[in-house]
Design a protein around this ligand. Structure first.
Ligand code: F6P
Length: 527
């Protein structure tokens, strides 16, 4: 397979960017082409996507699709889904798609469905156990962010008598105040860790166990469960209720596995199965739809266009649904841990940018914080709006306001406002001495700022599953074109090793051999 910059399509895209891309104007494009919205909007399972407010034209899309073909994207995708070693630096297949394949379909089906059935039966028992009211998931990264994102997203499917809590940070300020509010008799701890060695999780799990015993708790089997690939370590820790998974499930792709237990407790078996079904529908779309109608592929291609030709360095995600408040954090790990790489699969330095910075907040909150920069800042940041047609509440007027805000933001980013238009408006409370043209320049917007809008009919387990799978495959697409391994995460290791080396020095105060800055800081912290 070819790296993107070794293809003729890459060179053609460079020429196309210089000739038509750099100065592309969205407003003109809509004026020129009455069919633009129809041509650049797509239906995928559970999701309608409007890509028409992106800085692309038909030729851009043709060349990007050609780039995908020249990089053997389809062959790379098929190899991934088949279970070939897609993560060579760890010697692993990458098969989160197998976790949501129907019974009898997909690799490892028997093992997957045996654990799924057992995990869901356990989740139903917990739901039926009136004595267990508080469920605390202890995990971090991929063992935390998925359930922490999905549980509030599916709040409408939850039960008021089951409160889900998430503890991740090794900072004691995370677990300590929570424990103060809990009653050991009514609490279930789920220790979630693929490796069962992660410092933060083991520290919090140890605190939880000590607290439970100190509160007079005795029945560890009823009050502790573990979700892990390392069942032996969980047993050594004293946890016998364990749900396993496999090394071919990456941490950031693991919410579909036993790691999804808190979601299953919150929403129940049927809804958890619907979540998997939604993701599977998106898997089929990714596997089967022609590239030119394949939504994750199209999004991944536009990501490459923005990152490597326009050289945009970040993308903002704005979910206009409060339930999706943790989606940006979830996507940060999914995309930045996957594609935040600086060498290709053969270890050669990349001569082009890889993962953008992914960030965001739910709308409308973000509008009153950082949208100023999106509209008038010096950097262009493509924005991804996620809107949901039917809310789970009956506040119709508020929902209309929410949707109007969402549409208005993408419209404002695109249309902007000229200085002449700003000058024609009634001037607000400007200082008397300010020249009208200066004021107009402050109050004008460049516009032509790109965005994508994803529309969901409703936020359901099925649509959430499809949405997350859409992001997974889109990230795979850009990673495949960049020729990187999207499935390892060596970048987190150095900090872990240095932390372990520094830990004893925080007790002893020993600074010998340290760099001057670290030594100075350590001295202040220990003296
Ligand atoms: O931060 C690195 C990482 O390995 C993530 O990839 C992973 O999701 C997280 O730590 C937690 O790991 P574990 O599930 O093994 O505790």
């Amino acid at each position: 397979m070819k790296r993107c910059d070794a293809t003729t399509a890459w060179a053609a895209l460079q020429g196309h960017f210089e000739a038509h891309g750099r100065d592309f104007d969205l407003r003109e494009a809509f004026t020129r082409d009455a069919g633009r919205f129809a041509a650049l909007s797509f239906d995928a399972p559970e999701i309608f996507a409007d890509l028409s407010k992106n800085l692309v034209d038909a030729a851009t899309m043709q060349w990007l699709l050609e780039l995908a073909r020249q990089c053997d994207l389809e062959a790379q995708r098929d190899a991934l889904l088949r279970g070939d070693i897609a993560n060579p630096t760890e010697g692993r297949a990458v098969l989160h798609t197998a976790l949501r394949a129907p019974r009898g379909a997909g690799p490892y089906s028997d093992e997957v469905h045996a654990v799924l059935d057992a995990m869901l039966a356990y989740a139903e028992r917990v739901r039926g156990d009136a004595g267990l009211t508080d469920i605390v998931n202890i995990g971090i990264g991929g063992s935390d962010l998925g359930p922490q994102m999905a549980v509030p997203a599916l709040q409408a499917y939850g039960r008021p008598d089951k409160r889900l809590h998430f503890v991740s940070n090794v900072d004691g300020h995370d677990i300590a105040p929570l424990l103060q509010r809990l009653d050991a008799k009514h609490t279930l701890f789920i220790v979630a860790s693929k490796t069962f060695t992660t410092q933060e999780t083991m520290a919090n799990a140890t605190v939880a166990r000590e607290w439970f015993l100190a509160q007079g708790g005795t029945d560890i089997a009823r009050h502790f469960a573990a979700t892990t690939t390392n069942v032996a370590a969980a047993a050594a820790f004293g946890i016998t209720t364990t749900f396993g998974f496999w090394d071919w499930v990456g941490g950031r792709f693991s919410l579909w596995s036993a790691i999804g237990l808190p979601i299953a407790v919150a929403v129940g078996e049927r809804n958890f199965r619907d979540l998997l079904a939604g993701a599977h529908a998106m898997d089929r779309h990714f596997a089967e739809a022609p590239l030119e109608h394949n939504l994750p592929v199209l999004l991944g291609l536009i990501d490459v266009w923005y990152r490597n030709f326009h050289r945009f360095t970040s993308r903002s995600v704005a979910p206009y649904h409060q339930g999706l408040k943790r989606l940006p954090a979830y996507l940060q790990q999914l995309e930045m841990e996957s594609n935040g790489k600086r060498v290709d699969r053969d270890g050669n330095p990349l001569p082009y940018g890889s993962s953008p910075v992914v960030w965001g907040e739910p709308g409308t909150n973000g509008q009153h914080a950082y949208f100023q920069m999106l509209h008038q800042g010096t950097d262009v940041v493509p924005v991804e709006f996620i809107a949901v047609k039917t809310p789970a509440h009956g506040l119709a007027d508020q929902h209309r306001k929410l949707l109007a805000n969402c549409l208005a933001q993408s419209q404002a980013l695109m249309l902007g406002k000229t200085a002449a238009a700003a000058a024609a408006e009634k001037a607000p409370t400007a200082a008397p001495g300010i020249a009208p043209d200066v004021l107009a320049r402050h109050r004008s917007f460049p516009g032509n700022r790109p965005s994508t809008t994803l529309l969901l009919q409703a936020l359901t387990p099925r649509s959430l599953g499809a949405l997350i799978a859409l992001y997974e495959h889109r990230i795979f697409t850009s990673g495949a074109l960049w020729g990187i391994n999207s499935f390892d995460q060596w970048g987190v290791e150095l900090g872990k090793a240095l932390c372990n080396a520094l830990l004893p020095r925080l007790a002893s105060g020993d600074t010998q051999g340290l760099d001057a800055s670290t030594a100075g800081l350590l001295k202040r912290l220990t003296s």
